[in-house]
Design a protein around this ligand. Structure first.
Ligand SMILES: NC(=O)c1ccc[n+]([C@@H]2O[C@H](COP(=O)([O-])OP(=O)(O)OC[C@H]3O[C@@H](n4cnc5c(N)ncnc54)[C@H](OP(=O)(O)O)[C@@H]3O)[C@@H](O)[C@H]2O)c1
Length: 340
C-alpha cells in the first residue's frame, strides 16, 4: 500500500451459508481529509467478531445490515492523525467504529479515548471492550452465579467465554468450559483456572458434561446454541439460569435446524433470557472498574489472536466459524507505537 493511499475492504455481496473471500473486495482509495468536527484515524487494530456475520445479511435483525459496496463494519483501535474536533487531538489513541480500513474519518460519536498506560490499547476490542462487557453482564446480571454453583460456558477460550469462566471462578463457582480443541482445553484449565473442560469435537457432550458437572448445572452462558445447548439442558438444576448470548452454530446455516427439546426448561422452571450488550451502556463504568482491578491483580488473564495486515481479515473472519481463532481475534492493520 502506498503511504498516501487508504486500504479498504468492502462488502461486495451477502454470503449464502459460510462467508467466502468473494464476499469481500480489497480496494485502494485516497486517504480522506477531515472536515470541521471530524478526525482522521489511522487504524491500528480491527476487531473481528461473530456478530459481523449477522450484519452480512438483509435478513430482519436487531441491527441494520452492513451496506453492500461500502467498507465492512467493525470496531477499531486507532491513532488520531489529524483532528478538527474539539475533543480529540493528534496522537490520541481511540476506540471507534471505522470498519475494515487503514484510515477512517469519524465525527467523534462513539469514539472514546484510550489511556495506553492502563492496559494495552488492543484490549479495548476485547476484555475491556464489547466482548468483556458481554461476559461480565451476561454472567453477573442474568446468570447471577452464587459461590459453590456450577457455571458452564461454550466457546470458552474465546473473547467472551474466557472472561465468563474466570469471573465465575472469582465468584467462587465451579467453571466448566466447552471448546473445540484439546489445546484450548489445556489453556482454559491450566492457564485460566477453569475446573474442567470438554472438547465438543471429540467427546460425547452428554456424558462429558455429566462427568464435569457432578452437581448439575446452575448457570449456562450460551454462546453457541445447537448441540451444546441441547446437552446442557439435560443437566440443568432447579432454577438454573441461561443467558442466551450467542448462537454461533447457526450463523452460517442456510436452513435453521429444528429446535432442541425445551421441556427441561419448563420442568425445572429455568430461565433463558435474551441479552444485548447495548442495553448495559449506562453501567459501563461499573464493568471497567471491576475488570481493570481484576486485570491489575492478575485475577483475569487475556489472550489475543493477532493476524497481520488488513488483507488477512477476510480469511481470519471466516476462520471464526471454524474455531481457527485462539483468543480474541484482531487484525493488526498498522504499527502500534505503544508496543515496546
Ligand atoms: N448478545 C450480545 O450482545 C453478544 C455480544 C458479544 C458476543 N456475542 C456472541 O457470543 C459468542 C462468542 O463471541 P466471541 O466474540 O467471544 O467469539 P470467540 O469465542 O472469540 O470466537 C468464536 C468461537 O465460537 C466457537 N464456534 C464456532 N463455530 C461453532 C459451532 N458451530 N459450534 C460451537 N462453537 C462454535 C469457536 O470456538 P471452539 O471451536 O473453541 O468451540 C470459535 O472460536 C458468539 O455467538 C457471539 O455472537 C453476543
Amino acid at each position: 500500500m502506498s503511504e498516501s493511499m487508504n486500504q479498504q475492504i468492502l462488502l461486495k455481496s451477502y454470503p449464502t451459508g459460510a462467508p467466502t473471500r468473494s464476499n469481500f473486495a480489497l480496494v485502494e482509495t485516497a486517504i480522506p481529509q477531515p472536515r470541521d468536527g471530524e478526525v482522521l484515524n489511522r487504524t491500528i487494530y480491527l476487531s473481528l467478531d461473530p456478530y459481523m456475520r449477522g450484519r452480512m445479511s438483509d435478513r430482519e435483525s436487531y441491527a441494520t445490515p452492513a451496506e453492500l459496496g461500502k467498507v465492512m463494519v467493525g470496531s477499531t483501535v486507532s491513532q488520531v492523525m489529524k483532528s478538527k474536533h474539539p475533543q480529540f487531538s493528534e496522537g490520541d489513541f481511540v476506540v471507534g467504529y471505522d470498519g475494515w480500513q487503514a484510515y477512517g474519518i469519524s465525527k467523534g460519536e462513539s469514539l472514546r479515548k484510550l489511556d495506553p498506560n492502563q492496559v494495552p490499547i488492543s484490549y479495548a476490542l476485547g476484555i475491556t471492550g464489547m466482548p468483556g462487557m458481554t461476559a461480565y453482564f451476561s454472567l453477573l446480571d442474568i446468570g447471577q452465579p452464587k459461590a459453590g454453583e456450577t457455571v458452564v460456558v461454550s466457546a470458552a477460550s474465546g473473547a467472551a467465554g474466557s472472561v465468563v469462566g474466570q469471573i465465575a471462578k472469582i465468584k467462587g463457582c465451579r467453571a466448566v468450559g466447552v471448546v473445540g480443541s484439546d489445546q484450548k482445553c489445556d489453556y482454559i484449565v491450566n492457564e485460566l483456572g477453569f475446573d474442567a473442560c470438554i472438547n465438543r469435537k471429540t467427546q460425547d457432550l452428554n456424558s462429558a458434561l455429566k462427568a464435569a458437572c457432578p452437581n448439575g448445572i446452575d448457570v449456562y452462558v450460551d454462546h453457541t446454541a445447537g448441540p451444546i445447548l441441547e446437552a446442557v439442558l439435560q443437566q440443568i438444576n432447579l432454577g438454573a439460569r441461561i443467558p442466551l448470548v450467542g448462537l454461533i452454530s447457526q450463523y452460517n446455516a442456510e436452513k435453521l435446524p429444528t429446535g432442541p427439546n425445551l421441556m427441561p426448561l419448563l420442568v425445572k422452571r429455568a430461565l433463558i433470557k435474551g441479552f444485548l450488550v447495548g442495553d448495559y451502556q449506562e453501567r459501563h463504568a461499573e464493568f471497567i472498574h471491576d475488570v481493570s482491578q481484576w486485570l491489575q491483580a492478575g485475577k483475569l488473564k487475556y489472550k489475543e489472536d493477532v493476524v497481520k495486515g488488513l488483507e488477512a481479515a477476510p480469511d481470519a473472519f471466516m476462520g471464526l466459524f471454524q474455531g481457527q481463532n485462539f483468543g480474541k481475534l484482531i487484525v493488526q492493520v498498522g504499527d502500534n507505537p505503544t508496543e515496546h
